[in-house]
Design a protein around this ligand. Structure first.
Ligand code: SF4
Length: 322
């Protein structure tokens, strides 16, 4: 839909002051606002289920301060080669049999080499043929690489903005914010859907969280999928001892993302393993309507599938149709 035909809830001109005012609302008012918009655009008790597999783990040349896969830090994660296509497809079959609707493939690269992309394209085509939605996160892309992935059947490309532009340099020094935006433009130009969000709890302040939401919501098109991650502190990374974010501030961030991007699927992403079910329930109330299911998220733990099924049953949540 062209932007001038979009409903007026869908805005690309949010100011930081307006977003900060959302954060400042009384908690109940913010939740009501987020719930109202959630129910306008989505079936409120449906949750999109994705599974994320690390297809190439560790040894990444980037220096993202939160990431145990960076070669810059001494962590317990070693460097593996790209998985074989058949092994990835076996994982995708398992994910599908256990209820996943989308299969996301993550590789610890700054950007893919063209020869690696041949194998990734074969994975994408194979996963698509299983009847799953496909997503990949492979680092920065050229226009040609984005087109190749689209042709192979890639539905979504994940590339997070991570944080506010002005805090980005405290987290990553090996690439610039603009590099991220350029890759997002190439993904859009190739006709793929965008999965793009950020991480909170990295020592940023609320102004930075406001800036992150502003950067996301003022993209030319809102991402179809917005993962909001809670930092998972991993020994050996520079953020291993970061202070913990207030839980209600995390819920507020979900709610503000829901209000500012009402049509986006907002994913309660990394960090769920450390959250109580009550906190996750508040996040669903705030407008989160997607989770990663399966016991690992790339290299960090995630709740077991049975635990998630049980939680969804108790909350009366069901899987969203693809
Ligand atoms: S987050 Fe991605 S790009 Fe950054 S170090 Fe980890 S694997 Fe590399």
């Amino acid at each position: 839909m062209p932007k001038d035909a979009e409903p007026r809830d869908i805005r690309h001109d949010w100011t930081r002051a307006e977003i900060a005012a959302l954060y400042d609302l009384p908690f109940g008012d913010l939740m009501f606002h987020a719930q109202t918009l959630h129910r306008r655009y989505f079936a409120p008790n449906q949750v999109q289920l994705s599974t994320l597999l690390s297809i190439k783990t560790g040894g990444c040349p980037e220096d993202c301060a939160y990431c145990p896969q960076s070669a810059h830090y001494e962590t317990s994660i070693g460097a593996d080669k790209l998985m074989e296509v058949d092994a990835v497809l076996a994982e995708a079959r398992t994910a599908k049999s256990q209820g996943a609707q989308r299969f996301c493939m993550g590789a610890a690269w700054r950007e893919p080499k063209d020869r690696d992309l041949d194998a990734v394209c074969a994975m994408v085509s194979g996963v698509k043929a299983l009847g799953l939605e496909t997503c990949a996160t492979l680092g920065m892309l050229t226009a040609d690489q984005a087109q190749r992935l689209k042709t192979a059947g890639l539905d979504y490309y994940n590339h997070n903005l991570d944080t506010a532009p002005e805090y980005y340099g405290a987290i990553i020094t090996t690439r610039a914010y603009q590099d991220r935006l350029d890759t997002l433009d190439r993904v859009r130009a190739a006709g793929m859907k965008v999965c793009c969000g950020g991480i909170v709890g990295m020592g940023e302040n609320r102004e930075h969280r406001v800036g992150m939401i502003a950067a996301l919501t003022n993209l030319a098109e809102h991402p179809e999928s917005v993962p909001i991650n809670q930092l998972v502190k991993v020994a050996g990374t520079p953020l291993a001892d970061a202070g913990s974010l207030d839980e209600l501030e995390f819920v507020r961030t979900i709610a503000v993302a829901r209000v500012c991007m009402p049509k986006a699927v907002v994913r309660l992403s990394a960090g769920r393993e450390g959250m109580s079910e009550a906190l996750q329930a508040l996040c669903f109330l705030a407008g989160a309507n997607s989770i990663f299911c399966g016991p690992r998220l790339l290299t960090t733990p995630n709740p077991a599938r049975d635990a998630d099924r049980d939680m969804m049953d108790r909350l009366g949540l069901s899987p969203m149709a693809s």
